[in-house]
Design a protein around this ligand. Sequence first.
Ligand SMILES: C[S@@+](CC[C@H](N)C(=O)[O-])C[C@H]1O[C@@H](n2cnc3c(N)ncnc32)[C@H](O)[C@@H]1O
Length: 218
Amino acid sequence: MIRTIRSYVLRQGRVTPAQQRALETLFPKHGLPFAPNPLDAKTVFGRTAPLVLEIGSGMGETTAEIAHAHPETDFVAIEVHSPGVGSLLRKIEALELKNLRVIRHDAVEVLERMIPDGALAGIHLFFPDPWPKKRHHKRRLVQPAFAALAARKLAPGGCLHAATDWPDYAAQMESVLSGEPLLEPCPSASRTRPLTKFERRGVKLGHTVRDLLFHRRT
Ligand SMILES: C[S@@+](CC[C@H](N)C(=O)[O-])C[C@H]1O[C@@H](n2cnc3c(N)ncnc32)[C@H](O)[C@@H]1O
């Protein structure tokens, strides 16, 4: 996929001393460097288990909570924002999580280069940047090419769980994901995830949250 428009703008942001320390000392333990080669999850986690990818883990509270609650599943979180990566590394260390690793890189490139087709039991896409201005809509992650890529990486029956508090982005997600031939809506789609940081912000502003769950056709 040739791609010039990214779904994020890298702003420096303030990295706290603790996050910086985590980036330096904990990344080698709990991080995975980006590499343009397929990831061998069995080697990384030392076992065979369902693998779930989270795109845009932000500060990582929800990511760590979900991994802690599901020790039977392995998780890879992807985030470009250094403070968020640092913060998640600290949580992994504090909770002694063996089933969660973090990659600091563009999730689309990670999907394309590091994830073998059919390897994922799930993809979490919680509150992707909404890019509310019309002229920025092209930056939204959920577009037909992304849907095709994500669907290809899911195992048959694997689930893409997206959530947003922007009604027009929810409508876009629904239309794009419904239009992807490999995907179909999960019949018993229910919200099974903890509240995220961005969600709390949206709810405070009176936004309505929508969860969209699509699985790969079997
Ligand atoms: C609105 S925040 C939501 C964070 C978190 N999921 C939550 O709900 O609190 C979106 C996050 O996605 C990250 N992001 C956006 N595009 C990305 C990409 N292509 N690859 C990795 N991270 C990305 C941003 O840096 C940001 O931290």
